[in-house]
Design a protein around this ligand. Structure first.
Ligand SMILES: [Mn+2]
Length: 303
């Protein structure tokens, strides 16, 4: 056999895509049922970056993260686990550049199809607005959104736009999840902070993580019900993730992110997205840290 790798698919993903039969096999299920002993995961990319205001390039996230994923061993030495969960890479969702609404609707219908096959979606952005379409497709009533980001993204509008990378968590708040917990926050307007306080959205800064990561882990452990994870890679310090749309100094380091991901992974996860990677070079550290997050998460989902 020739050694081949398909960098258009995430490393360790299965070559075959589950057939339509699997829909029959599993039947239509609610997202709240997408868990149990045999978890399967599906990756989709969304190369969309139309509301980016500072440094463009998040449309290259899916390609650069997939490419960087080949840098890792199947055996994860940190966790003493193999990446052996069933993983399918469905390719990219069709985006309509410049049109958030059409793109979001395409995301929503694709994610619905994936969860309809009892497959847990892992979505690679793209800018952060893509999380909205994903969450619209999921049943998030009993769900805590764990949001790792430098930015609160809680503005009601940004430059008079309701749907923007800077407002995405406000739109997600309006979808009425059980709770929102933000970690790594170091940028937000006065109004955003007041909105978070008024609406009981808990947020933790990198200083909180540095001082007391065990306290943050305790809080994550205490979350009841299911969890959706949305990670803006700018949660990391720009030293580890320089190619992002809005770099913010003073962020987390990869060891802290690794610990937090390990802790969150023990929850009932209904989906994960990773957004704002804007790498344009092979071997660039932002995409490597981005791929590592997905890789770590998947390793931790195995037995
Ligand atoms: Mn951000």
């Amino acid at each position: 056999m020739l050694y081949t790798q398909n960098t258009m698919k995430f490393a360790f993903s299965r070559e075959e895509i589950p057939s339509k039969n699997s829909e029959k096999k599993y039947g239509k299920v609610e997202s709240s049922q997408v868990m149990g002993d045999s978890k399967e995961f599906g990756i989709v990319g969304v190369p969309f970056d139309s509301t980016t205001t500072y440094k463009p390039g998040a449309r290259f996230g899916p390609a650069s993260i997939r490419e960087a994923s080949y840098n890792f061993e199947r055996y994860n030495i940190f966790f003493n686990k193999n990446l052996d969960v069933p993983l399918y890479d469905f390719g990219n969702i069709q985006v309509v550049h410049g049109n958030f609404k059409k793109t979001s609707s395409n995301i929503q219908s694709t994610i619905s199809e994936i969860t309809g096959m009892s497959i847990i979606p892992i979505t690679i952005g793209g800018e952060h607005t893509i999380s909205f379409g994903v969450l619209k497709a999921l049943d998030i009533k009993n769900t805590t959104i764990v949001h790792l980001d430098a930015h609160m993204d809680l503005r009601d509008s940004y430059m008079e736009e309701k749907y923007s990378h800077a407002t995405v968590m406000r739109r997600i708040f309006e979808l009425d999840p059980a709770d929102i917990v933000q970690i790594g926050i170091r940028s937000g307007s006065y109004e955003e902070v007041k909105f978070a306080e008024k609406n009981n959205i808990k947020y933790y800064t990198p200083a909180n993580v540095n001082r007391d990561i065990k306290g943050i882990e305790k809080l994550i452990n205490s979350i009841e019900g299911q969890v959706y994870i949305t990670v803006d890679i700018d949660v990391l310090d720009p030293a580890y993730a320089p190619n992002v749309s809005n770099p913010a100094p003073g962020g987390l380091n990869p060891f802290q992110l690794e610990r937090l991901v390990q802790c969150i992974s023990r929850k009932k996860i209904i989906g994960l997205d990773l957004v704002e990677v804007a790498s344009t070079q092979i071997g660039e550290i932002t995409s490597i840290n981005g791929a590592k997050l997905i890789y770590d998460f998947l390793c931790l989902q195995g037995n």
